[in-house]
Write a protein that binds this ligand. Structure first.
Ligand code: NDP
Length: 253
């Protein structure tokens, strides 16, 4: 068993890495989806890539969560259930619904995502399975749990409905890219990424512990630069792109 001191030291280093990576991601465009290039080496099918890169998150979180001695109360099952539900959607339902006509992504991206998911799955699974102080069932009535749950559900709704809107742009065998309209697309170019950030901020508030905040921090470090890349790409590609639309934070960024 890892001591709490070792675990917390490693977790701070992990969070420090997110802070270092954020400005790097602001400078480079990560090549998957619309930004795919052949300059990042060998590639793998997009759909298989999503499955393989998200699998370690669920597998490692589940392993440590269930093998650890911490008593599993209802709040803990809610943290586990919402994390797993998100990843099952991302690794199975989302790729199956993608209309990507055999698109591929660099293996290097899959490798980087696996690296992230191994560490994130470990830090959260180990905390909730082995180290956390007990969450009594009365935690469900804590204001931070309730506020976090509302944020998590709102984030999930924004994320999944926006992903669905994007996927439906290629209905009827249409290919290529179109300007999405309606819903949160009225305000931002990447409401799916905004929804994902709100989700993990909500999850962190509900559980109120350092590893879940580290996940929210990493999500922001990853997705804010990606949303800025998407936004620049839309403006360059579509001369009639709505001028008032922001990248990821309505009216602000
Ligand atoms: P995108 O918005 O780039 O793409 C989502 C899907 O919609 C893809 O199939 C894409 O096709 C298609 N699509 C996007 N825009 C258009 C358009 N204008 N016209 C037609 N089709 C379009 O999302 P990402 O790939 O950046 O992310 C996908 C999901 O994964 C998001 O929900 C995101 O939150 C999540 N994610 C989470 C991360 C984390 O750190 N937690 C990291 C990365 C992603 P195509 O692939 O051909 O571009």
């Amino acid at each position: 068993m890892i001591s709490e001191t070792t675990y917390v030291t490693a977790l701070f280093l992990w969070m420090g890495l997110a802070v270092v990576i954020f400005p790097v991601l602001l400078k480079i465009t990560v090549p998957y989806g619309r930004h795919t290039t052949s300059t990042w080496g060998p590639t793998i099918s997009n759909k298989l890539g999503w499955f393989v890169m998200e699998l370690p998150a669920v597998a490692i979180f589940s392993w440590f969560f269930f093998t650890g001695p911490v008593e599993k109360t209802i709040p803990l099952y809610i943290f586990y259930g919402t994390f797993t539900l998100h990843y099952l959607n991302r690794m199975i339902a989302f790729p199956l619904r993608m209309k990507d006509k055999g698109k591929r992504m660099p293996l290097a991206i899959v490798g980087l995502a696996i690296f992230f998911n191994i560490f994130n799955g470990f830090f959260n699974g180990y905390w909730f399975g082995y180290l956390t102080p007990a969450y009594e069932n009365s935690w469900l009535l804590e204001p931070k749990f309730i506020a976090g749950a509302v944020l998590l559900l709102a984030g999930m709704l924004i994320n999944t409905t926006s992903d669905q809107k994007l996927l439906s742009l290629r209905k009827g065998g249409r290919k290529g890219y179109y300007i999405p309209y309606g819903g949160m697309f009225t305000y931002v170019s990447s409401p799916n990424l905004l929804g994902e950030i709100l989700e993990w901020l909500g999850w962190a508030m509900m559980s109120w512990c350092l590893p879940s905040f580290s996940f929210a921090l990493w999500t922001m470090a990853n997705l804010i630069p990606r949303a800025l890349d998407h936004h620049r790409w839309y403006r360059k590609r579509f001369p009639d792109y709505p001028k008032e639309r922001k990248a990821i934070i309505p009216f602000i960024l």
